[in-house]
Design a protein. Structure first.
Length: 115
């Protein structure tokens, strides 16, 4: 199983970006998919997650970030971006395979919010 993320980049404050992450491989079902981010020198933090059709976003991004999912792809729509949103964003999924349930991570995509 692999997670392939895309969509990061450089954007001015107040701008928008959309991140995408697609899971591929020997997948029986996807139990959850979501996004974490990691600022330099900080721990990775949960940004948003979809579990069994229900979505949840962190308080720090509520009203600005929206998570959605279509088949094996999860999206993170980010609007009104702030400099403090600058981080490496990682896609995460808990996936049921023929050998059990496992956690998978994407390769990380850099989001930089700067004028």
């Amino acid at each position: 199983v692999q997670l392939q993320a895309s969509g990061g980049g450089l954007v001015q404050p107040g701008g928008s970006l959309r991140l995408s992450c697609t899971a591929s491989g020997s997948i029986l079902s996807i139990n959850s998919m979501g996004w974490y981010r990691q600022h330099p020198a900080n721990e990775r933090e949960l940004v948003a997650v979809i579990i069994s059709g229900g979505a949840s976003v962190a308080d720090s991004v509520k009203g600005r970030f929206t998570i959605s999912k279509a088949k094996n792809t999860v999206y993170l729509q980010m609007i009104s971006l702030k400099p403090e949103d600058t981080a490496v964003y990682y896609c995460h999924a808990e996936i049921s395979t023929g050998w059990g349930d496992y956690n998978y991570w994407g390769q990380g995509t850099q989001v930089t919010v700067s004028s």
